[in-house]
Design a protein around this ligand. Structure first.
Ligand SMILES: Nc1ncnc2c1ncn2[C@@H]1O[C@H](COP(=O)(O)OP(=O)(O)OP(=O)(O)O)[C@@H](O)[C@H]1O
Length: 263
């Protein structure tokens, strides 16, 4: 049975604009972003470096203030962090002096009673395939295992929306592919809505129900490409390669390349 008991609601991003002050100048980073994410949908987000992908996730998780437009989960406006959203960053960000179970417990906060907390932590360790590592310390785990712990910590409050900011960026190619399969397994079990930022176009297609391609600054949603392929996906299938080509074309349409490059 799934750990999640809360049915995810629609995430709505309406006319979102975000400006930063950088070196005394106003820089428009996000411009008129509109995106409606269905409950349980998996959205991949790609775009040029510095276009505002992380900013978008930080706005959805409630870490960033001072924007115009609206972000809603169901009927509720998002204005600050809350347990209905969890975030995983590129690096695992675990506390090195705490064991794996203590790291996950830390994410759980004050809510449940002690025995209940132990049960929840154990369930999440099993969910991410680390049942035997409760008493280990982060330094005793590989990078991929540490990242699984941070996924467990983000899921422990049963968030409706999981925000993944290049979560596999620091991993080697082999571990990365394993983690992609793991996240699909966890998503299948939990039915959590997921927004994933990645620089890897294949990863975006392998994982997402739709791929959002953002433009360079000020970033808009340049195109949203559905990936209507059954899972598990074959990265070498004709249909996959066709979508990859379409996304490459979209991705590079406003980017000047420093050398001759054929897509
Ligand atoms: N706290 C901040 N204060 C001022 N400017 C910021 C802040 N955070 C981000 N920015 C600026 O906003 C823009 C977008 O940054 P962001 O990190 O969201 O981009 P990104 O698309 O995630 O980049 P990358 O793909 O390289 O990780 C950049 O120009 C950055 O300098």
């Amino acid at each position: 049975m799934s750990i999640a008991s809360v049915i995810p609601q629609t995430l709505t991003i309406d006319n979102l604009n975000k400006t930063f002050q950088i070196a005394g100048k106003s820089v428009d980073v996000l411009k008129d972003i509109n995106l409606t994410v269905a409950p349980g949908e998996f959205i991949s987000i790609i775009g040029p470096s510095g276009c505002g992908k992380s900013t978008l996730l930080r706005l959805v998780v409630g870490l960033e203030r001072g924007f115009s437009g609206e972000i809603r989960l169901g009927e509720d406006l998002i204005e600050e962090p809350g347990v209905n959203r969890g975030m995983v960053f590129q690096e695992a960000r675990l506390y090195p002096w705490l064991t794996i179970e203590e790291n996950i417990l830390f994410g759980l906060g004050k809510g449940p009673r002690n025995e209940e907390k132990q049960r929840i932590v154990q369930e999440h360790l099993e969910l991410v395939g680390l049942a035997g590592f409760a008493k280990a310390y982060p330094y005793q785990l590989s990078g991929g295992m540490q990242q699984r712990v941070s996924i467990a910590r983000a899921l422990v409050n049963r968030p409706q929306v999981l925000l993944l900011d290049e979560p596999f960026g620091a991993l080697d190619a082999m571990t990365r592919i394993t983690m992609q399969q793991e996240i699909i397994r966890i998503w299948g079990a939990e039915k959590t809505t997921i927004l994933l930022v990645t620089h890897d176009i294949d990863e975006a297609i392998f994982l997402g129900d739709r791929v959002v391609v953002m433009s360079k600054l000020p970033a808009t949603t340049k195109s949203i490409i559905p990936v209507d392929l059954p899972r598990p996906r074959d990265r070498n299938s004709f249909e996959f390669v066709k979508i990859r080509k379409k996304i490459y074309t979209e991705f590079f349409s406003d980017v000047e390349l420093p050398f001759a490059y054929s897509i």
